[in-house]
Write a protein that binds this ligand. Structure first.
Ligand SMILES: [Zn+2]
Length: 49
């Protein structure tokens, strides 16, 4: 199982079943919920180390 870390809340997300994802600067980010995706999209730079 492939996993990714939700950059907003740092939860582990299964990338194969993830419903919420977005691409930013050529990198795909996965989220546990619509709220986390929305938070990320409002200010992506804040969540990228
Ligand atoms: Zn989340």
């Amino acid at each position: 199982m492939k996993e990714a870390i939700d950059p907003v809340c740092e939860m582990t997300v299964d990338v194969e079943t993830a419903r919420f994802k977005t691409e930013y600067n050529g990198v795909t980010y996965f989220f546990c919920a619509a709220g986390c995706l929305r938070t990320f999209q409002e200010n992506p730079a804040e969540f990228i180390a």
